[in-house]
Design a protein. Structure first.
Length: 244
């Protein structure tokens, strides 16, 4: 995953208003596989392989923060064989790619629970986060065993545990207890695979995000598809609740 490798050039009419923080719901791995007569596990493998291209593409387009929805709190309810395959694949991908991401200046940040992960996966994540902590390039947020409602609940619990007084709690204070405490809110939320649900992803951080749905399944979403998302983003007028 070389963030400095050559990416697909932008289209000529793409404006230079680049979203600072992009979040992606990576959907369509299973449908991509089934459409090719493959096992669903092959779709997940192709989806993880696409992360390599996408990190490079977004970094080269000037995005500072990229958050990927890799595994949700609800995904545990999928067939056991599929879950096991996803977790084993995650271990292999992180072990293989972390060093190259580090050399490219990417900072890895984990968003989500760790207590339900296997010791091996937890160790790989922690090592990747620790190794890249001082990097100043693109911040790659990996939302693994993540749920937006669960994140808000754990933030409330931490506020209570730290006995923060009610008078101290405002939006800025609350945001400091979230997984994304050192990240800006999401400017552009992309969902691949054609659906229009946010699926319990970054509920607080996407309050004023622009939403873009792509019909393209995740394993094929890169290059010109990112340009199309950016073009759509540049056509929006972000009012943040104000009349302009």
């Amino acid at each position: 995953m070389t963030a400095n490798s050559k990416a697909t050039p932008r289209t000529e009419n793409l404006e230079k208003n680049v979203p600072r923080h992009v979040a992606i719901i990576m959907d369509g791995n299973g449908r991509w596989a089934i459409s090719r007569g493959l096992d669903v596990s092959e779709g997940h493998h192709a989806g993880y392989e696409n992360i390599r291209r996408v990190v490079s593409d977004f970094a080269n387009r000037g995005v500072e923060y990229l958050t990927l929805y890799a595994f949700s709190t609800e995904n545990w309810d999928r067939p056991k064989s599929e879950v096991t395959g996803i977790l084993d694949l995650a271990i292999a991908v992180i072990a293989r790619e972390a060093q190259e991401l580090h050399e490219s200046g990417v900072r890895i940040k984990h968003l989500g629970r760790v207590d339900r992960l296997s010791p091996e996966l937890r160790d790989e994540l922690e090592q990747a986060v620790e190794m890249t902590a001082g990097n100043t390039g693109l911040t790659l947020g990996i939302a693994f065993d993540y749920g937006g409602r669960a994140e808000i609940v754990q933030a409330v619990r931490r506020i209570v545990e730290e006995t923060v007084s009610a008078d101290e709690v405002d939006e800025q204070k609350f945001a400091g207890f979230l997984y994304t405490s050192d990240m800006p809110d999401v400017d552009l939320l992309i969902r691949t695979g054609g659906d229009f649900r946010i699926s319990n992803f970054l509920l607080w951080q996407t309050a004023y995000s622009e939403f873009y749905s792509s019909e393209t399944w995740w394993p094929d979403f890169f290059g010109e598809h990112i340009d199309e998302a950016f073009e759509a983003f540049n056509e929006r007028k972000r009012r943040f609740g104000k009349r302009v």
